[in-house]
Design a protein around this ligand. Structure first.
Ligand code: MEZ
Length: 603
C-alpha cells in the first residue's frame, strides 16, 4: 500500500512537472528530464539526488510570474542573497551576489529549465562570473501590439489602478495611490524591478531645498525653470516645466518623509546653481531611490508583478482605457480591468533599431540603459490614440566609459573633473549641457576624451571608487606618469592643469567659461577615465498635461490614461538637464498617482 502511495505521489509530481514544462521545446524538456544528462540547473538538482521537482515547485503546476515561491525555495536551501554574498567567495574583484541592484530574485540569473545568464552582464562584461549552466545573453524583443489585438485572455482581474513599469515613476505613483486607499498592481516585464531609474547616477534636481540652504547655495524654482527651458532650447512645455521646478522642493521633502535623504548637493551640467541632490557621500542616486522605494512598497503591501508584460491597452468604443492585457511569464495572457492605467514604462534608449531610425548619426553607439528600455510604453500609448511628441529628441550622454555601457556620472565633472582630448588639452566647458559636451567630444580625434581627476575628487564622490573597482581608471603618481599611462603629451597635460588651477584661483574660466569649478588639482595621485558619448535618454513620448493625463491627437485627455517619467514627452524639449529625470519621475509619478486615484473614485 505504502509503495502504491509513493508511486501515486511520484506520478502526480511528474505530471505537475510535465505540465509546468510544457512551455519548453521537446529538446529542452529532454535536456532537463530526470534520467537525462542535465543541461540545465533543474536537471542537475535532480541528478544530484538531493532534490526533486517539488523541492522547487512546491507541488504547484504553475509558478507565479514573479517567481516568489520558487525563490523562497532557493533561499530555503541556499540562504538569502546577503548571506549568499557573504558565503560565496568573490570571483576576482567582483562579488556576484552583491550589487547596486539590491536584493533581487535568484531566478533573475539562475534559471532552472533554460540557460542561466548573469543579469549584471546585460550592462557589464564580467567575464570572471562563470555561472553554472550558462547560455547566451537573452534577447529582449519588443512586442508588436497588433499581435495581441485578437488574443484570448485566460482570466480576468479587477483593480482600481494598473501601473505599467516599476521604475521611480511607477513606484511614486503606486505609493501615492496605495496610501490613498486604492487597489493597485504594478506590472514589470523584466525579472527585476527598478527599470532604468535604478541606474541613475548623479542626482535629483530640486531648487531652494533645505539641503541647498545648509550648503549655503542660493537657488530658486525660477532659476530651475529657466535653466530647464534653456537647456531644452525653449521647446519644452512651460506648464510642465513649471510643475517640475516649483514642486521640486516638495519632492525632496516627500522623499525625506520616508527617510530617503538626498542631502549632498553637487553641480550638474547646464544648471546655474548646484542642485543635483544625491545621497550622503555621493553614492548613486538611482539605486538608493529604488532600493528604498522597493522597501516602502513592501511595507505597504504593494503588489509588484515581475516578468509581467503589458501588451495591449483595452479601449472601449468611447475610446476610454478600461484595462490592460498582460502576458505573464508563466500565466500567459490575462486581463486586468482597471479604472485608471498609469504608463510609467520608460524610454527607448536600448532599442538600437528605433534610435537609428530616428537619429541615423547614433547608429552603433553604446547605451547607458538597461536592456528593457525598448519604448514599449510609448507603443501602448500610441495605440490608445496618444500624441507622441519630440520622438527624435534623443540624448547622448557625454561620458560613458569607452568600450562599455557604464555611465560615468556627470557628478564627476560637477565635483571637479576636467575633460581633455588626446593632445592633453581642454576643449569644452565640462558643465555645459549634454548635447554640447557630447558634440565637442565627437569632434575630437578618436571621438573620445579623458576625464581627469585627482585623489581629492575621488574622496568627494563615492561612485568614483566604483569605477576603480570596475577597472575603468588609469592612474599616475605625477602628471607625467598619468600622461604616459593614457598616451597624451605630458607637457600639454601639465600646462592644461596649471592653467586650469589658475582659473580656479581667480574663479574665472577664461577659456570656456565654466561657472562651477570646485577644486584645483594637485592633491595626491592623478587619474583618468576615457569616455565617449552613449545613448542615454529619450526626451520624447506620450504628451501629458499638468495632471499627468495622456493627451490624444486633439490634445484632449484620453479617459483613464495617465503617464509619468521617460515614457512621456513635453518636459525636456531638445535636451534634458542632468538630474531632471529622477526629479521628474517622482514629481509626475506622484501627480499621476493622485490623478488616477481621483479618477478611479477611490474614497
Ligand atoms: O539625470 C541624469 O541622466 C544623470 C544625473 C546622469 C549622470 O550623469 O549621473
Amino acid at each position: 500500500m505504502k509503495k502504491l502511495f509513493t508511486v501515486f505521489i511520484m506520478f502526480a509530481l511528474t505530471a505537475g512537472f510535465c505540465v509546468y514544462a510544457q512551455q519548453f521545446s521537446p529538446q529542452e524538456v529532454k535536456d532537463h528530464s530526470i534520467g537525462e544528462k542535465a543541461k540545465y540547473l533543474a536537471g542537475s538538482h535532480v541528478e544530484k539526488g538531493n532534490s526533486d521537482c517539488i523541492t522547487c515547485h512546491d507541488g504547484k503546476v504553475k509558478v507565479d510570474d514573479s517567481e516568489t515561491s520558487i525563490n523562497t525555495a532557493c533561499m530555503n536551501c541556499h540562504g538569502d542573497l546577503p548571506s549568499v554574498a557573504e558565503s560565496v567567495a568573490p570571483k576576482g574583484e567582483i562579488n556576484p551576489h552583491k550589487s547596486h541592484l539590491g536584493t533581487i530574485n535568484c531566478t533573475a540569473c539562475h534559471t532552472g529549465h533554460t540557460p542561466s545568464f548573469v543579469y549584471c552582464n546585460n550592462c557589464h562584461s564580467f567575464a570572471e562570473l562563470n555561472i553554472p549552466f550558462a547560455g547566451k545573453k537573452p534577447q529582449y524583443k519588443t512586442f508588436d501590439v497588433k499581435d495581441y489585438a485578437k488574443a484570448k485572455p485566460l482570466f480576468s482581474e479587477k483593480y482600481d489602478l494598473v501601473i505599467i513599469g516599476s521604475g521611480g515613476a511607477g513606484y511614486a505613483a503606486a505609493i501615492t495611490a496605495k496610501e490613498a486607499g486604492a487597489k493597485v498592481v504594478v506590472l514589470e516585464k523584466m525579472p527585476i524591478p527598478g527599470g532604468n531609474s535604478q541606474l541613475s547616477a548623479g542626482g535629483t534636481n530640486a531648487a531652494w531645498t533645505k539641503f541647498q540652504k545648509l550648503a549655503n547655495i542660493t537657488d530658486s524654482p525660477e532659476n530651475m525653470f529657466y535653466d530647464t527651458m534653456k537647456g531644452g532650447s525653449f521647446k519644452s512645455d512651460p506648464k510642465l516645466v513649471n510643475i517640475l521646478a516649483f514642486k521640486s522642493n516638495d519632492t525632496i521633502e516627500w522623499l525625506s518623509s520616508y527617510g530617503i535623504n538626498l542631502s549632498q548637493v553637487n553641480a550638474g551640467g547646464g544648471a546655474s546653481q548646484p542642485r543635483f541632490h544625491a545621497p550622503a557621500g555621493g553614492i548613486a542616486v538611482g539605486s538608493y531611490l529604488i532600493n528604498n522605494m522597493k522597501r516602502i512598497a513592501e511595507e505597504k503591501n504593494i503588489e509588484v508583478r515581475l516578468n509581467s508584460k503589458a501588451v495591449h491597452l483595452l479601449i472601449n468604443k468611447n475610446r476610454e482605457v478600461t484595462g490592460v492585457l498582460v502576458e505573464g511569464k508563466h500565466s500567459g495572457l490575462y486581463l486586468i480591468q482597471a479604472k485608471s492605467v498609469v504608463l510609467a514604462a520608460g524610454g527607448f534608449s536600448a532599442n538600437a533599431a528605433l534610435v537609428e531610425s530616428l537619429r541615423p548619426a547614433f547608429k552603433g553607439m553604446t547605451t547607458s540603459n538597461q536592456p528593457g528600455a525598448l519604448g514599449e510604453g510609448m507603443a501602448l500609448a500610441a495605440d490608445a490614440g496618444a500624441t507622441l511628441i519630440d520622438m527624435n529628441e534623443i540624448q547622448i550622454h557625454p561620458s560613458v566609459a569607452v568600450g562599455s555601457q557604464i555611465l560615468i556620472t556627470e557628478a564627476v565633472r560637477g565635483v571637479g573633473a576636467i575633460l581633455v582630448n588626446h593632445e592633453g588639452n581642454r576643449f569644452v566647458d565640462e558643465l555645459t549641457t549634454r548635447d554640447k559636451a557630447s558634440a565637442a567630444i565627437l569632434a575630437q580625434k578618436g571621438k573620445t576624451a579623458y576625464l581627469i581627476i585627482d585623489d581629492d575628487t575621488v574622496e568627494r564622490l563615492a561612485q568614483i571608487k566604483g569605477y576603480f573597482h570596475l577597472g575603468l581608471v588609469k592612474s599616475g603618481n605625477t602628471i607625467a606618469e598619468l600622461a604616459k599611462a593614457i598616451n597624451v603629451p605630458a607637457d600639454n597635460l601639465a600646462k592644461t592643469i596649471e592653467r586650469y588651477n589658475g582659473f580656479v584661483a581667480k574663479n574665472k574660466d577664461d577659456d570656456f567659461g565654466r561657472k562651477i569649478m570646485r577644486q584645483n588639482f594637485g592633491h595626491g595621485s592623478y587619474h583618468a577615465i576615457e569616455v565617449a558619448p552613449g545613448v542615454h535618454y529619450t526626451m520624447g513620448g506620450a504628451y501629458i498635461n499638468t495632471d499627468a493625463q495622456v493627451l490624444d491627437k486633439d490634445l484632449k485627455p484620453i479617459k483613464n490614461l495617465y503617464g509619468a517619467g521617460e515614457v512621456t514627452g513635453g518636459v525636456h524639449g531638445t535636451n534634458r538637464l542632468g538630474g531632471n529625470s529622477t526629479s521628474e519621475m517622482i514629481t509626475f509619478g506622484r501627480i499621476a498617482g493622485e490623478s488616477a486615484v481621483k479618477n478611479a473614485g477611490v474614497k
